[in-house]
Design a protein. Structure first.
Length: 324
């Protein structure tokens, strides 16, 4: 029942625009005045786009700002896409690894299971853990958040932690930056465990900031030849010091894969999940009469609204650009 028209017509005539990739700033002036735009805009990295939305009086909603609450789970594009990324990262690691993941008892002898180290126990990390365990690997997970420990253990992983981490309820479930003393202990712990690992899956991100550096060059140098590193944080600087975004490199026998766009490699299910997230969010903006109604008393609407009435509506984003 949909009409297929050119991009210019879609932008100029739509009351509501749903998208995966952000618009180019120069395209915003061609949007219908007073329209609503919903997508994934990475606001801390897109000042030109935000300024264009504000100047054109566009009501924009960025779903990567969604609060991490139970009510918002069905709209959480980051969780959906992280699930895809965590799964696909392990599959690609297994493909590049020159040995089996599971333990095999054969007439030719016993094959030991692969050892996998996952840095970051968020959605991507937990999905990577579950996938690696299904393939028969022995899995260890590092995260600065102690709350992740039970989830890791329930999925059959071993949780690695450094005592004394700082956590904040205001971070909305995300990790926060740690003290220098903690980071030093963290580097040593990760170095020791990475040396024994066949695969390292890097998933750690801090919203609005460069990805934390967790896997240093000297650690890579000490890993076993043939080992694989998959860095899901490549687009944000990478958790691995040697990562090159969108490239597969080999360093002293170690394969390092920098890929932050695994959902594009699984377009069918990724699109189903993403479209359902957008649909569930859009329903919040429509009243019983089928008209758009922006209720800013609703926490989900207020915390995802990026620009409205010519202003940057999101307080943290506005404060970020005032500071920088």
């Amino acid at each position: 029942g949909a009409q297929v028209v050119d991009r210019k017509t879609v932008l100029s005539e739509s009351d509501c625009l749903l998208m995966i990739n952000a618009l180019r700033p120069e395209e915003v002036s061609g949007i219908k005045k007073g329209s609503i735009v919903i997508g994934h805009f990475q606001p801390y990295q897109q000042k030109a786009l935000i300024d264009a939305f504000r100047t054109s009086n566009v009501a924009s909603f960025s779903l990567d700002l969604l609060p991490r609450t139970t009510l918002a789970q069905s709209m959480d594009i980051l969780s959906s896409m992280s699930s895809v990324a965590g799964y696909k990262a392990v599959i690609q690691a297994a493909d590049h690894l020159p040995r089996f993941f599971p333990m095999f008892m054969t007439a030719a002898g016993t094959i030991k299971p692969a050892r996998v180290l996952i840095l970051g126990g968020g959605v991507a990390g937990l999905q990577a853990l579950a996938t690696a365990r299904r393939l028969g690997a022995v899995v260890e997970v590092f995260d600065v958040r102690s709350a992740v420990k039970e989830e890791v253990q329930s999925l059959g992983g071993k949780f690695i932690e450094v005592q004394g981490s700082m956590e904040s309820a205001a971070a909305g479930g995300y990790a926060v930056e740690q003290s220098e003393a903690y980071q030093q202990q963290q580097r040593e712990l990760i170095h020791n465990h990475a040396q024994k690992a066949d695969c390292v899956i890097c998933t750690a991100l801090i919203p609005g900031k460069k990805a934390p550096l967790l896997l240093y060059a000297h650690t890579i140098d000490s890993m076993q030849p043939g080992s694989v590193v998959v860095d899901l944080a490549a687009a944000s600087g990478g958790n691995c010091e040697l990562t090159v975004n969108n490239q597969v490199i080999r360093h002293k026998g170690i394969t390092i894969i920098g890929n932050s766009s695994y959902p594009a490699a699984m377009p069918l299910d990724a699109s189903r999940m993403f479209s359902n997230n957008l649909l569930n969010f859009t329903k919040l903006l429509i009243d019983p009469n089928g008209k758009f109604y922006l209720n800013f008393d609703d926490e989900i609407i207020s915390k995802t609204c990026l620009t409205y009435n010519g202003l940057i509506k999101h307080e943290a984003v506005a404060a970020f650009y005032e500071k920088y």
